[in-house]
Design a protein around this ligand. Sequence first.
Ligand code: NAP
Length: 279
Amino acid sequence: MNIGILGLGLIGGSLGLDLRSQGHHVLGVSRRESTCDKAVALGSVDQASVDISLLTAAEVVFICTPIGLIIPTFEQLIAHLPSNTVITDVGSVKTPIVKAIAPLWDNFIGGHPMAGRTDSGIEAAIPNLFEKKPYVLTPTATTPAAAITVVEKIVRELGATLYHCSPEEHDRAVSWISHLPVMVSASLIAACMSETDSNVLELAQKFASSGFRDTSRVGGGNPELGVMMAQYNRQALLNSLQQYRHNLDELISLIEQENWTALEQQLQSNHKVRPEFVE
Ligand code: NAP
């Protein structure tokens, strides 16, 4: 199958590596010539260009640009595609994208692979990034079954676990488990940096080990992506952050009151439910 990838960064580049290894012919388009050259050299794509018309021959196109550019690049892209081309995207927020694109392109299906790394750009692309990770598709009531089937088949070939839901449900769910953690982790790093004793701060930096690595990873990642999550999933994220502030205040008050029994009950309950999110 001829598959197009628009935006050769971490996600687009990683997708290309897997699709090529499954025997697909991958056409890549990116903004910078140097990225196109690297994508070919790394084996992410068979051909690459800064000229979007390269994607005319693609049967399916994955839009993998930063969230804020998905709709503008889609608008440029469709001038070069026959109407039976299936278009999907990988944006971390779905409602504004599906609302804007679905009315303009019948064969569009929103998607979001729940896989990432701290680094970004084509150099960060790796094989098997999506393996055993959730991959959410958000078809609408009018998305043609054939378009859904084509994208589902590709997603399954990546080794990902496929889920379907509405764009709105997706955005509320990812607000809890992806966008809220980015903001919590970012404020954790900022709080540590507020230590005014330079000796203590230096010691903290030296002592930081696996716990801090885990809890700071998502907050220390790509800043552009964090801003876009907030911008495009603003209301759901605000709801999650307000609930989080409430939970944090409860913990503060239990510690102030030295209510160790209640604190332990709370931590026990968290310990019990965590496996329902991650094994
Ligand atoms: P990234 O590594 O920064 O890659 C985005 C790439 O898009 C850049 O390398 C850039 O390539 C290219 N680009 C920028 N403007 C473009 C344009 N006008 N036309 C064509 N290409 C353009 O970002 P990413 O992490 O792969 O994220 C891409 C998408 O995946 C986002 O929508 C994000 O929401 C979604 N996503 C990200 C993650 C994650 O954890 N990172 C997870 C799931 C989904 P040049 O080098 O050519 O400028």
